[in-house]
Design a protein around this ligand. Structure first.
Ligand SMILES: [Zn+2]
Length: 85
């Protein structure tokens, strides 16, 4: 891969890859708190989703965050994503 390739991540909803600039990161910290990570580099395990309504809707439908983090993610997190797309 060329060194100037954009930093891409995979969307947990549609599973397509995209540059981080087109994605929103959701983070689960070491103490298990899940939150929308606007900085994109908070400590913890990250899951990325496209910054669009389709993927946030798909994410909710598939409970993709629960799968990505292997835990029950509060609805408030997906509501926060909704507010950002
Ligand atoms: Zn997507």
């Amino acid at each position: 891969m060329p060194s100037n390739a954009p930093d891409v991540r995979r969307c947990v909803a549609c599973r397509e890859h995209a540059p981080k600039s087109e994605m929103i990161r959701v983070c689960r910290s070491a103490d298990g708190k899940v939150f929308v990570d606007d900085t994109g580099n908070a400590d913890g395990r990250g899951a990325w989703v496209h910054k669009n309504k389709e993927c946030v809707a798909l994410l909710k439908k598939k409970h993709a965050l629960n799968a990505a983090f292997k835990c029950a993610v509060p609805e408030s997190v997906t509501e926060e994503l909704d507010a950002r797309v």
